[in-house]
Design a protein around this ligand. Structure first.
Ligand SMILES: Cc1cc2nc3c(=O)[nH]c(=O)nc-3n(C[C@H](O)[C@H](O)[C@H](O)COP(=O)(O)OP(=O)(O)OC[C@H]3O[C@@H](n4cnc5c(N)ncnc54)[C@H](O)[C@@H]3O)c2cc1C
Length: 546
């Protein structure tokens, strides 16, 4: 930065240091942001709780963890050299490969020297007199920085169920996010998995292969669709590499940055045979096609959604031999695609195995965890291991876990008490010089595509600040109201907003998170970019800059 940095003034804390920008988080967002800010000549520090880079792909080491995005559409697109160098080995990359990829990125761009690991940020307070943020780590160290960029992840605040006795269990127990770095064996063990969201589904498929006994505790079944993963040969990777410009261009054009595009026809605009044929084709195709490449009205038209749900229910009944179990696996409180669709590989067939049992905890609720297992209202089960696939306090959860205070000591949690209010999903009024990557109200979709856009937008804003010697960037109240109202209006009529899920901010395992909010931007990614580009093109005049 051209302006002289603020110097250590002996404030409380073990050490004080000064940066132009502090980034919290070394996942896909934080890594790329660091790279881009360095190019501006900024003095940047990244704080990361973990011991390595990768974020989601550093933490979630549970068996079967992998993308549901096509690998070759998920990686960074900003460096041709990187694209040339890295070979995806599977169409839907498993976690170890993705972590290897992100480590390669960190090495290739020499990012580690500015990343401080094992450094959880516990507080960030804005100091108006200095126009800077004071960032406190869990160990008490305080650092100051002109700009604060949160790259803390939409799915990085794991939650355990609120069940009595969790700590009393004497066997092994893991949350899927906090999975050990050492191999975990299920061989010959009696294993419980609690949770059947996207993570639970991936975990269950794997554990069932070797566990002596697997009991799945399900509260809400989810509509799943087949993943149809496959290995990528060297030759195929070469062909994909040749198509990268076309692939990324396509991702720029689609609604949610996936390679899939909705069919422009309505569900009832085609004959029964045509409709059935498309659904059969999508069900037999890899990836999110069933969700993202379906008729244009399946997520807004109740009748269309019900018909599609019937189709998928039929598939579940065909695949699960025991009709009573099949019925338990068919969701009844929401339609297909109105919650995040887990993609699966022989998930339903798992329930045909003699070593696997399904317990519906709406029928027989879990009463407590005991030292030896799990007690429901109907029975007591003994386990060697309990796996909590109970997900995240999504989108706002990682913000709630940091004491973030803006002007006049205003707490972000108070500001957002009735749901997030943001400007373009990037800034918050009353929190100057703070920018959010993948925070609430931004376009998510195929997330790295959105990350690259958001990072580039933030970088351009900071370049503008450098060029004009600006030291205070703040969203205006009008800008926030207008964007928040826009985001809310986009949610009207969406069936997904009538359903409790992490996408509507509901997590019954977290106090105060049982009311639905609009946490996500649900418009199209191209429209989002167009709006943000306009703001930049007009020299950010919608912001209060000084
Ligand atoms: C199992 C799983 C599968 C997924 N599959 C897909 C997929 O197929 N397609 C897709 O688009 N997206 C998928 N996602 C979403 C995924 O989170 C994003 O794609 C992407 O990884 C987000 O990157 P990020 O850097 O923004 O956040 P993250 O990867 O979550 O990184 C955030 C980092 O911030 C750190 N952090 C948080 N708080 C603090 C703090 N207070 N102090 C210091 N450090 C902190 C965390 O430790 C973490 O390393 C999946 C997520 C999960 C959990």
């Amino acid at each position: 930065m051209q302006e002289q940095l603020i110097k250590d003034d002996g404030q409380t804390g073990v050490a004080t240091s000064d940066y132009d920008a502090i980034v919290i988080g070394a996942g896909i967002s934080g890594l790329y942001q660091l790279h881009r800010l360095r190019a501006l000549g900024m003095h940047v520090r990244v704080f990361e709780t973990g011991t390595g880079v990768g974020g989601t792909w550093y933490w979630n080491r549970y068996p079967g963890a992998r993308f549901d995005s096509e690998s070759w559409s998920y990686g960074y697109s900003f460096s041709k050299e990187l694209l040339d160098e890295w070979d995806w080995k599977e169409h839907f990359s498993p976690q170890p490969d993705t972590l290897e990829y992100l480590n390669l990125v960190a090495d290739k761009f020499d990012l580690r020297r500015d990343i401080q690991f094992q450094s959880r940020v516990s507080a960030a307070h804005y100091d108006e007199a200095r126009r800077a943020w004071a960032i406190t780590l869990q160990d008490g160290r305080i650092y100051r920085s002109r700009f604060l960029i949160t790259a803390i992840g939409p799915l990085s605040a794991p939650t355990l169920p609120r069940i009595e006795g969790i700590d009393s269990f004497r066997g092994e127990s893991f949350h899927t996010y906090h999975w050990p770095h050492e191999p975990v064996s299920f061989e010959g063990k009696r294993v419980a998995v609690i949770g059947t969201g996207a993570t639970g589904v991936q975990t269950i498929q794997e554990v069932a292969k070797t566990a002596k006994q697997l009991i799945v505790f399900q509260r809400t079944p989810n509509w799943c669709a087949p993943l149809h993963n496959a290995k990528i040969s060297k030759e195929e990777m070469q062909a994909i590499r040749g198509r990268y410009p076309e692939i990324f261009q396509r991702c720029q054009e689609t609604f949610s940055c996936f390679v899939h595009t909705p069919d422009s026809r309505g569900t009832f605009e085609v004959s029964d045979e045509e409709r059935e044929a498309l659904w059969e084709k999508l069900y037999a195709s890899p990836g999110f096609g069933m969700w993202q490449g379906n008729f244009r009205d399946i997520l807004v038209d109740r009748r269309a959604n019900a018909l599609l749900s019937d189709f998928v229910a039929r598939k579940i009944r065909e695949r699960v031999k025991n009709p009573a179990v099949a019925e338990k696996l068919i969701p009844t409180n929401h339609g297909f695609g109105t919650r995040r669709v887990p993609l699966e590989t022989k998930y339903y067939e798992v329930y045909n195995q003699p070593n696997v049992m399904l317990v519906d905890i709406r029928e027989t609720p879990i009463e407590c965890i005991t030292p030896t297992g799990i007690k429901t209202s109907a029975a007591e089960y003994e386990f060697d291991m309990i796996v909590y696939a109970t997900g995240f306090d999504a989108i706002t959860g990682s913000f709630d876990r940091i004491d973030i205070r803006g002007t006049d000591g205003l707490r972000l949690t108070d500001k957002w008490a009735h749901g997030p209010e943001t400007y373009l999903g990037v800034m918050v009024q009353g929190f100057p010089n703070m920018m959010m990557l993948m925070g609430p109200h931004t376009a998510l979709g195929n997330i790295p595509r959105s990350i690259e856009y958001n990072v580039d937008w933030v970088t351009a804003l900071l370049r503008h600040a450098q060029a004009h010697h600006l030291t205070r960037l703040e969203a205006t109240e009008g800008g926030v109201t207008s964007w928040t109202d826009h985001v809310k209006s986009l949610g009207v009529g969406l069936l997904s907003n009538e359903v409790d899920s992490w996408m509507t901010g509901v997590n019954r395992n977290v106090e105060g998170k049982s009311t639905r909010i609009i946490a996500r931007y649900s418009g199209s990614a191209p429209a989002y970019r167009e709006r943000c580009d306009k703001v930049a093109a007009e020299d950010y005049r919608e912001l209060a800059l000084s």
